[in-house]
Design a protein around this ligand. Structure first.
Ligand SMILES: *[C@@H]1O[C@H](CO)[C@@H](O)[C@H](O)[C@H]1NC(C)=O
Ligand SMILES: *[C@@H]1O[C@H](CO)[C@@H](O)[C@H](O)[C@H]1NC(C)=O
Length: 342
């Protein structure tokens, strides 16, 4: 009897302490008065894929619509601006709308004054359920991984290769989302709206395309000796790339960071070099995919890009990317980086 009573008291005491501890955790520990939330990377990655496809379909529809009004001469500057602004805002709206299913998820995207109304955006909203069905089997193959929501951020690029988009160079256009954990990009999705294809990768697992194929790096001897660079500063990079990688190297100007990364993924280019400042939502998804293949993006000082919450969104140190041995490539460019004071 005595023993039982004591056991009961002990139990009650433990329970009370347990409750007090929980209350303490809830009200004092977590930053803004919320308990720490666990999420599954697979869930968030699934929504990130859904989001890029939603945004990307709108990007394509808006382009088609404007195409109807374009004369043979193409768009005026004003027309270009209008097209771009609309596609960018609507895509951003639809992407955030999907991601908002995760309350308190931190999203890094260009500041958009929400000029888009639900009514306007809904004209371009595709049926979520059918998109979902088309990718669900592949998404189910993704590994489960529990993360603390407070360590996670999602980078959003609602329209990459904006200039090319207005010039009807649609092959360069992509829409991207990327999940980071601490400093590291751990999941990236790149959607090509005009080809209806998504490539996505999870660090430590691998890279897949929405058509269901698993993508692995192309053998080095079958990889095309091309360095892809931005269309706006191709001239400057050309001599530096040839000095670093050999005179036989082809330097190809191409639009969009997402597109250039995809060229590395399918082995139609070996290295991607960028010598000026670049925003991290332009690189995050590609970086995650390259890391999932065994490569990565480095800045031109040789450091992996960091995506953590206290890191600046603008990377001012340039970029060197490949699906393999990025440090080996970095060693080759290093002397020239110094010379050209990039
Ligand atoms: C854009 O390019 C596509 C295919 O390359 C073509 O069919 C279309 O007519 C072009 N549109 C404009 C406005 O130039
Ligand atoms: C490689 O990827 C790029 C970008 O997605 C695409 O334009 C190109 O057609 C692909 N080439 C091959 C041979 O798969």
């Amino acid at each position: 009897m005595q023993v039982r009573l004591q056991a009961k008291n002990t139990f009650t005491l433990v329970m009370v302490i347990g409750f007090i501890y929980l209350a303490y955790l809830i009200f004092f520990q977590a930053g803004d008065g919320f308990p720490e939330i666990d999420i599954n990377l697979r869930d968030i990655a699934s929504y990130a894929v859904l989001a890029v496809e939603m945004g990307g379909r709108a990007v394509k529809k808006i382009h088609e619509e404007s195409g109807l009004h374009i004369s043979k001469k193409g768009l005026t500057d004003e027309g270009k601006d209008e097209l771009l602004t609309k596609a960018d805002l609507v895509s951003n709206y639809l992407i955030l709308d999907v991601l908002q299913r995760f309350p308190k998820l931190k999203i890094v995207s260009e500041e958009k004054d929400s000029k888009v109304t639900e009514q306007e955006a809904s004209r371009y909203r595709d049926d979520q359920y059918s998109i979902w069905l088309s990718v669900k089997d592949i998404l189910n193959k993704m590994p489960e991984r529990r993360l603390q929501l407070s360590d996670v951020q999602v980078y959003v690029d609602p329209l990459d290769a904006t200039q090319e988009y207005t010039e009807n160079l649609t092959q360069y256009v992509t829409v991207m989302t990327c999940v980071t954990h601490g400093d590291e990009p751990i999941f990236g999705a790149i959607y090509r709206p005009f080809f209806d294809e998504t490539i996505f990768g999870i660090n430590g697992w691998g890279v897949m395309s929405s058509s269901g194929s698993k993508l692995t790096p192309v053998d080095l001897d079958k990889t095309i000796k091309t360095v892809v660079v931005s269309r706006s500063h191709a001239g400057k990079v050309e001599s530096f790339a040839k000095s670093a990688f050999g005179q036989e190297t082809q330097v190809e100007p191409a639009g969009g960071s997402g597109y250039k990364t995809l060229r590395l993924v399918n082995g139609t280019a070996e290295v991607y070099v960028h010598t000026t400042a670049i925003k991290k939502w332009d690189t995050c998804a590609g970086d995650a995919i390259l890391r999932a293949m065994g490569g990565s993006m480095l800045d031109l000082e040789g450091n992996p890009l960091k995506y953590g919450q206290n890191e600046p969104v603008l990377n001012q140190k340039g970029l060197l990317a490949s699906v393999r041995i990025p440090y080996t490539y970095f060693k080759k460019v290093q002397p020239f980086v110094k010379d050209s004071k990039l």
